[in-house]
Design a protein around this ligand. Sequence first.
Ligand code: HEM
Ligand SMILES: CC(C)=CCC/C(C)=C/CC/C(C)=C/COP(=O)(O)OP(=O)(O)O
Length: 361
Amino acid sequence: MNPYRHPSANRSDANWYHPDLLLTSTEDILTMSQSSTLNPVNRHHSNLRQVLRSYWQLTKPRIIPLLLIETAASMWVAAEGHLDPLLLVITLLSGALAAASAQTVNCIYDRDIDFAMERTRHRPIPSGRVQLRDALLFAGTLALIAFGLQAWVANLLSACLAMAGIGVYVGVYTYWLKRSSTQNIVIGGAAGAIPPLVGWAAVTGELGWTAWLFFLIVFVWTPPHFWGLALLIQDDYAKVGVPMLPVVVGDQVTARQIWYYTLVLVPLTLLMVYPLAATGVVYGILAVGLGWIFLRKAWSLLKMPSDRDLARNLFKYSIAYMMLLSLGMVIDSLPVTHHLVTTLGTHLNLLAAAIPALAAS
Ligand code: HEM
Ligand SMILES: CC(C)=CCC/C(C)=C/CC/C(C)=C/COP(=O)(O)OP(=O)(O)O
C-alpha cells in the first residue's frame, strides 16, 4: 500500500505548463493496461521503460537545460570563445547529474506536500512508482558520479561548487526556507545561480568578477521568474501551507516586488559590457532589447496584478529571456563575432572620417 497515494488523486488543468512532468498520460495508461496482456519479453521491456521514465521524471528534467545553458554561457565567456569541447561536455554532463540529484532529494523531502498538491501528486514518489530508499540511492549515486567526473576532468573547485548547488537547493531552500519564509526563493534561489560559477571555475580554476556578476544576474532573475508562476499556482501552495509570496501578501505586493527585481536586473546585465568588458556590443544590444521587453511585461503586471494571463506571460518570457541572454553571451564571445564587429567598426570609422571631406566637396 502506498502511503502517499490519495484515492481521489486526479489530474487537473493546473498542470498546463509542464505536461512532461506528469506520468499518467493517456499513453502511460495504455502502456500499463497493455503490459498485463503482453508476452513476457515485451512485458519486461514495457516495465523497464516505465521504471526508467519514473526515474527520469524524478529529476524534473525540463528545468535542467536552462541550468546547463547558463553553465555553457559562463564557460564560453571565461574561455573567450576558445573552449575545450571535452571540458564543455563533461561539465554539462556532471552539471545535469548534480541538478538531477538535487531535484530527486527535493522530491523525497517534499513528498507529503507533493502528494497534497493537485499539480504534483503524480510525481513518482507520491504516486508510489519509486520507493524512498531507491530514490535516495539514485540521488546519492548521481551526486557521486557528478562530483567524480567534474573533479577528474575539470578541477576540484568546480566539483565542490556543483555539490554546493545541491547543498543550497536541498538544505537552504527545500529544508530550511520553503515552508517557513516568503523569502524562500530569494535566498534559496542562490542554488540556481551557482551553475555559472561552476562553468567559470571549470575553465579558469578560480572565480572572477564576471562569474560573480553572472551569479547575481540569475539570483535577481529568479524572483520575477518564480513569482510570475506562483501567482498562478498560489492556491495549491496555500492549501499545503507553503508561504510563497503571493499566498501571504497577495497579488499586488507580489507584482510590485516583481517590478523592483526586474528594475534591478536589467542594469545588472549591462555591467557585463561596462565596466567589466566581459562581453561586447552584440550582447549589449540584446541585453537592452530583452530587458526592455521584460520591463514592459513586469509593468503591465504591476498595473493589473490579478490578471493571470499577464502573470503566465511573464513567467514564460522569463525563461526565454534567460536562454537568449545566455545565447547572446556565447555569440558575443565567438572569435568570428569579434572579427565581424572589428571590421564593421573600422568601416564605420573610415566612413565617419570621410564625411567631412565628402561634405566639403
Ligand atoms: C528557487 C528558485 C526556483 C524556483 C522555486 C522555481 C520554481 C519553478 C517551478 C515550480 C516551475 C514549474 C515546473 C515544476 O513544477 O517543476 C518552474 C519552471 C521552470 N523553471 Fe524555475 N524555479 C526556480 C529557479 C529556476 C532556475 C534557476 C532556473 C534555470 C536557470 C529555472 C528554470 C525553469 C524552467 C526552464 C522552467 C520551465 C519548465 C517547463 O518547461 O515546464 N528555474 N520553476
Ligand atoms: C549547481 C546545481 C546542482 C544547482 C541546482 C539548482 C536547482 C536544482 C535549481 C532548481 C530550482 C527549481 C526548479 C525549484 C523548483 O522549486 P520546487 O521544487 O519548490 O517546486 P515544486 O513546487 O514544483 O515542487
